[in-house]
Design a protein around this ligand. Structure first.
Ligand code: NI
Length: 252
């Protein structure tokens, strides 16, 4: 069985397909998926999807792109909705210096505030970090005591050395469709992740794997991610290992 740990069924491209995708999961060998919020409205949609569909779980949070507009009311909403047991994580939260859509100081502040929130709510966290691994590592280290419920570096694209730093902090490392790209250069990093910390994801509708690039990504394409990683990980069953890891991290 497979679990997609990062799917945006709350995206307007996938939302109309929510019922069909849900109904099709078992025949694709998928048990469930985590619908990940990135701002207040998408978090509300994620929670609503989790309430409606048994195989959908939700994560709520403010993406670094929207850090500028994060409010106290957003945090209060996350706190309220986290009482619902199918809200399994806080995220995606983090830093994105590639797009720089929010001021960097605001990104850092909102990242730290949500780590604090996630810890207070006893939830694991989903981290989005792009071109900002150094600063993200510093913030995570400064808040190491608040990571006791775990977390995942989603769509990991950093170095092996940096990966080992995140592992030391108790975090998981997730890979998605990028592993199938011709220019993917991190096979050695995928090979080096400790088996107990490896996760699969799609980040659908983004990051569509080969051979569907240019089309909308779907949860079922996680099979392509699994197969690619299995080529590199002769030491484990990627499906069994990542399934168990996802169940444990998200308590699902
Ligand atoms: Ni995402």
């Amino acid at each position: 069985m497979l679990i997609d740990t990062h799917a945006h069924i709350n995206d307007e491209r996938l939302l109309p397909l929510a019922a069909d995708i849900h109904a099709g999961l078992p025949e694709k060998g998928m048990e469930s998926l985590v619908v990940v919020g990135y701002d207040r409205p998408s978090s509300e949609t994620a929670a609503a999807l989790a309430a409606e569909y048994p195989r959908y779980y939700a994560s709520v949070g403010i993406h670094p792109h929207d850090a500028d507009s994060a409010t106290k009311e957003d945090y209060e909403y996350f706190e309220r909705v986290s009482a619902f047991d199918k809200v399994v994580a806080i995220g995606e939260i983090g830093l994105d210096y590639y797009y720089d859509l929010s001021d960097r100081e605001a990104q850092k502040r909102v990242f730290a505030e949500q780590i604090e929130l996630g810890h207070a709510l006893k939830k694991p966290m989903i981290f989005h970090v792009r071109d900002a691994y150094g600063d993200a590592l510093k913030i995570l280290k400064d808040n190491a005591s608040k990571l006791e419920y775990g977390g995942v570096m989603h769509c990991y694209g950093g170095s092996g050395e940096m990966m080992r730093e995140f592992i030391k902090l108790g975090l998981h490392i997730a890979f998605g469709g990028a592993v199938t790209f011709k220019n993917f250069s991190k096979a050695d990093v995928v090979k080096a992740v400790p088996r107990g910390r490896l996760l699969l994801e799609t980040d659908c509708p983004y990051m569509t794997p080969v051979p569907y690039r240019g089309k909308t990504n779907l949860p079922e394409y996680i099979l392509l991610v699994r197969d690619k990683i299995q080529e590199w990980r002769k030491d484990i069953s990627v499906e069994e290992t990542t399934y168990k890891n996802a169940k444990e991290l998200f308590n699902i």
